[in-house]
Ligand binder design. Structure first.
Ligand SMILES: O=C1O[C@H](COP(=O)(O)O)[C@@H](O)[C@H](O)[C@H]1O
Length: 268
């Protein structure tokens, strides 16, 4: 099943990030109660990183067994591993440095120190995803979760920020990445937002997730959010493309919601 989007609007970005953190903690506890471990795909960007900080600051954070959470990234900037632009470095500073995560469960796309091109880093990331998928199959988790594609592990939750140009992960309007149908990971060049070289999950890979949470705040994102929720073509509006198998949830603030189609706004 591919879910129609639901929209949840919060008064401002601070409340939004606290609400995302509370929702994420609750969801991870729930998944761990059922299956022992949980897998989350992180995003960069203002709200993505701010929400991770809100998780770290939450008194409920220790309710999650962080040593049994698998972390992947929806995209990464292809720069040096210690570059402040790295999504993983920002996530580390915001959350991972403050919890007892298992380093073996933290899977970051490669950097310029490890690989000569974003394509090589993408191939390596795809290989690791494939290995994690194979290990899941071999372990025969025998739970009630639906089958997932052989090349990818189960993604319980994928978090995605949205740029003012409606990009998600590092899939930009009209570029090759958003058109990719076969690969699970692509190397990105000529990103209109610096840095120009990146590594990104593709839309087909993102859409294997059980739940996708679009996390967005700010007036500058209102046009992108409105077009995405009005059902634009993902090639022009990548944010229109993500669909979780069980849930597609837009967690946004009032500024980002000003152009959301009327029928999608729940009246209080
Ligand atoms: O470059 C990126 O930008 C987007 C959105 O970032 P924001 O600061 O405008 O919220 C982010 O989702 C993506 O992961 C990141 O690499």
């Amino acid at each position: 099943m591919s879910a129609d989007p639901r929209v949840s609007i919060h008064p401002d970005s601070t409340v939004l990030m606290a609400a995302i953190a509370a929702r994420l903690i609750t969801k991870l506890v729930d998944i761990q109660d059922k299956y022992g471990e949980a897998t989350v795909v992180l995003t960069g960007g203002s709200i993505g990183i701010g929400s991770l900080k809100a998780v770290a600051d939450s008194p409920a954070s220790p309710a999650v067994d962080w040593s049994k959470v698998n972390f992947w990234w929806g995209d990464e900037r292809f720069v040096a591993a210690d570059d402040p632009e790295r999504n993983a470095r920002q996530a580390h500073e915001a959350l991972l440095a403050h919890i007892s995560a298992d380093p073996a469960r933290i899977q970051v796309p490669g950097s310029t120190g490890d690989f000569g091109s974003p394509e090589e880093a993408a191939a390596d990331y795809a290989r690791r995803l494939g290995e994690a998928a194979a290990a899941e199959h071999a372990a025969d988790m025998s739970d009630d979760r639906p089958e997932h594609p052989a090349a990818l592990p189960r993604f319980d939750i994928v978090l995605l920020g949205v740029g003012p140009d409606a990009h998600v992960a590092s899939l930009f309007p009209e570029q090759a990445g958003i058109r990719e149908k076969e690969l699970s990971v692509v190397g990105v060049r000529n990103s209109p937002k610096p840095p120009p070289e990146r590594v990104s999950l593709t839309l087909p890979a993102i859409n294997t997730a059980s739940e996708i949470w679009m996390v967005v705040a700010g007036e500058d994102k209102a046009g992108a959010v409105g077009l995405a929720l009005a059902g634009a073509n993902p090639v022009q509006v990548p944010a229109a493309g993500p669909r979780g198998r069980n849930e597609t949830l837009w967690l946004i603030d009032e500024n980002a919601a000003s152009r959301v189609p009327e029928q999608l706004v729940r009246k209080g």
